[in-house]
Design a protein around this ligand. Sequence first.
Ligand SMILES: Cc1ncc(COP(=O)(O)OP(=O)(O)O)c(N)n1
Ligand SMILES: Cc1nc(C(=O)O)sc1CCOP(=O)(O)O
Length: 227
Amino acid sequence: MAVIPLPDAVRKSLRGLYAITPDCLAANVLLDRVRAALQGGAAFVQYRDKGGDTTRQAETARALLALCRQFGARLLINDDLALALAVGADGVHLGATDGKLATAREALGGARLLGASCYDDFERARAAAALGADYLAFGAMHPSSTKPLAVRASPSLMTRCRAELQVPACAIGGITVENAAPLLAAGADLLAVISDLFEAPDVASRAAAYYQLFEENARDLPQSTTF
Ligand SMILES: Cc1ncc(COP(=O)(O)OP(=O)(O)O)c(N)n1
Ligand SMILES: Cc1nc(C(=O)O)sc1CCOP(=O)(O)O
């Protein structure tokens, strides 16, 4: 299926619910749940698949991209720059062991998004910002059943991120609708969520509750956000 590219202005406005796909779901179930998240207002989807079946990953990534396009949402690929480029995704998210940010930035060009995991490390965030990351992810904000061993991070890192780096901040780890408002107040532009969203009995309603939180906590975007 042909994929229509998003205008740069839309592509780079960075605020909203960032729905990260859970492991171990059949492709049709995954797509149904992601569709529901998009119906509820998720602005970003990250395809995170640790399974290693590259044929399935490419097929699923293409299907997710087509779905995101229907809703004007953006698809990022976790870990895998080559897959992101191969399917024409809107960007890639890289952690500490996923390759160099500089290489990804160059390969992605200016129009696609580069996200970087910064954990609890502000100096890592500073370096990632200097290398051109479009958003900086801090976590885990709360204990996470998806990643129980994740290091814990303070929401104040996001406050510093906005103030000192002027790069959008992403909160991740154990986020729920119930605990999200203080994260937005601390400076989160993106809320990256797996279990609270995708394990909800009604994924669309859960996504809509996050959307509502963003509406209630509207504020100016960081200076570096491009329109
Ligand atoms: C938005 C966002 N933030 C952090 C992560 C974690 O990335 P990483 O440290 O590479 O760990 P894995 O997701 O690969 O287990 C993320 N995926 N997305
Ligand atoms: C993938 C991931 N990275 C984290 C980090 O802290 O870097 S926490 C996490 C899991 C997020 O899933 P849930 O919303 O179910 O807690």
